[in-house]
Design a protein around this ligand. Structure first.
Ligand SMILES: [Zn+2]
Length: 500
């Protein structure tokens, strides 16, 4: 009996193999292929090339990558997952991209508002930074900012600050994607005291993180008015040699334009173009002042520009020529800037503001449509950060960075147009679930990689330390001062232009 069974199996095996082999490519008869995660049901807003919106759609994820986007029926026929997220009645869309932050500055949120730039900086932000910015501060502020961003549906952010290696560490632990730039500036700061020290730091930093899936290490010269031409040339060479992304503030205020014109005989973008600084590795925050010729040069060079409407409004910096950037098809992203000048990290508010601000200032309600604002926060924002092959849309082959958004708040009903609702009626609190690189970072509004309660406790404790450090002389103020690092003597006068 045994031998007969064996013989039967012997003949049957090739037959079974043949059937499987023939069935598999056809797809329909085969068992669904295993994937890690299936997000199914709901309206899938893909932001792909055709801007497909799929009702009752699904997204399949394997190994951190999107392997299918389509109707639920079609995707479920082909794939079965270990983990399923039901998005019925909700929107599934690419995670938002915050193109400009100084994430630890969340700990300075609301420290001082409604002041002119110079007073705000010299009386509050610089002293607060000089007395408080340590690696410990940076880590606590980063965790707070990451938690806020994840809760608001941001899956990628671009940062510029000090101790960026610690920021990268916290970001990778939390599972978020980041283009993270270590600040290089021509005066001593918390982590590096000279240009050479800063360049050595960046060399180590870029080498350490360059193969990380989530982190794009970058070099961040603060601005053309705080970094000399010789140092900018060094930085350009460093980027050329290592391929590192360059993050910089450019043309943020009228004063910057006047000062650069006086010192270099050209406006900020024209000056940077002249020294070969405009490249397809560069991300320029603000770009409030750029003429037609400069916009053409930005487009030609492949520079990413990040618009920060709320920060520009709060500090009365000016209005970036966003309709002109869009017309020229510049890679234009959207950012919140640091929480000290915004005062939150909500990309929903930033989209809403971007769509409205330019209508007001141009007198044309047709400029910066809801869809264009959403593009700036997703697919166009990814291009601005030079991550367009990686994230920014829901397409097969891209990394799985997606969010599930509730659509049944009173302020979202009824629903006629999904783009309109996402830009004009949706808030950070409507984000329900967040996935980055295929990993669920928030599920049903509960953070899975960060401890919200301990982050809140730390933020409140830092509030006491920062407030004490700024207290006028007296027993409490003196005690706080004694424990704090003295600011470098040159700091305040040389930094009078700087803002977070
Ligand atoms: Zn900034």
């Amino acid at each position: 009996m045994q031998r007969r069974q064996m013989r039967l199996l012997f003949f049957a095996l090739p037959l079974i193999a043949m059937v499987i082999h023939r069935a598999a490519p056809a797809g329909s008869a085969a068992a669904p292929a295993p994937v890690d995660l299936l997000v199914r049901g709901g309206t899938v807003v893909t932001m792909d090339g055709a801007r497909r919106v799929i009702d009752d759609g699904a997204v399949a994820v394997k190994g951190g990558k999107i392997v299918a986007v389509g109707t639920r029926a079609e995707v479920e026929r082909r794939f079965a997952a270990r983990e399923v997220i039901d998005a019925t009645g909700r929107v599934v869309m690419p995670g938002l991209i915050n193109g400009h932050t100084h994430v630890p500055m969340t700990l300075f949120r609301g420290l001082a508002d409604d002041l002119d730039l110079n007073e705000w900086l010299t009386k509050y932000i610089f002293p607060a930074e000089a007395k408080n910015v340590t690696e410990e501060f940076v880590r606590a502020g980063t965790r707070l900012g990451l938690a806020e961003m994840i809760r608001g549906g941001t899956t990628t952010y671009c940062d510029m600050y000090y101790f960026e290696d610690a920021i990268a560490d916290e970001t990778a632990r939390a599972g978020m994607r980041g283009v993270l730039g270590e600040t290089v500036i021509d005066f001593p700061v918390a982590d590096n005291k000279t240009h050479e020290e800063a360049m050595a730091y960046v060399e180590r930093f870029v080498a350490k993180w360059k193969n990380n899936k989530l982190i794009t290490p970058a070099i961040a010269p603060h601005a053309p008015y705080t970094v000399s031409e010789a140092h900018l040339r060094n930085i350009r060479e460093f980027s050329r040699r290592t391929g590192a992304t360059v993050v910089i503030h450019v043309a943020e205020t009228r004063k910057e334009v006047d000062d650069i014109t006086r010192d270099h005989g050209a406006s900020p973008f024209a000056y940077l173009a002249r020294i070969g600084f405009l490249t397809d590795k560069m991300i320029a925050a603000h770009g409030v002042f750029a003429n037609e010729e400069e916009i053409a040069a930005i487009k030609r060079a492949g520079v990413g520009v990040v618009h920060n409407p709320q920060s520009n409004m709060k500090l009365a910096s000016g209005v970036a020529p966003v309709p002109q950037y869009l017309k020229a098809d510049v890679s234009l992203g959207l950012g919140t800037d640091g929480a000290a000048s915004n005062n939150d990290l909500s990309m929903w508010e930033e989209m809403d503001t971007a769509a409205k601000l330019h209508k007001l200032t141009s007198g044309d309600p047709k400029v910066v449509t809801a869809l264009e604002a959403l593009e700036m926060a997703t697919v166009r924002g990814a291009r601005a950060l030079h991550l367009d092959g990686v994230t920014g849309s829901l397409e097969t082959g891209k990394r799985a960075d997606l969010i599930v958004v509730d659509m049944d708040d009173l302020s979202q009903l009824p629903l006629y147009n999904v783009y309109s609702h996402l830009v004009y009626a949706t808030k950070a609190a409507d984000v329900r679930t967040v996935v980055v690189e295929g990993r669920v970072l928030m599920r049903d509004r509960r953070l899975l990689t960060l401890d919200e309660e301990s982050i809140k406790r730390e933020a409140r404790a830092w509030r006491e330390r920062v407030a004490r450090s700024l207290a006028p002389a007296g027993p409490a103020g003196a005690a706080a001062e004694a424990g704090a690092k003295r600011p470098p003597a040159r700091k305040t006068p040389r930094r009078k232009n700087r803002r977070g």
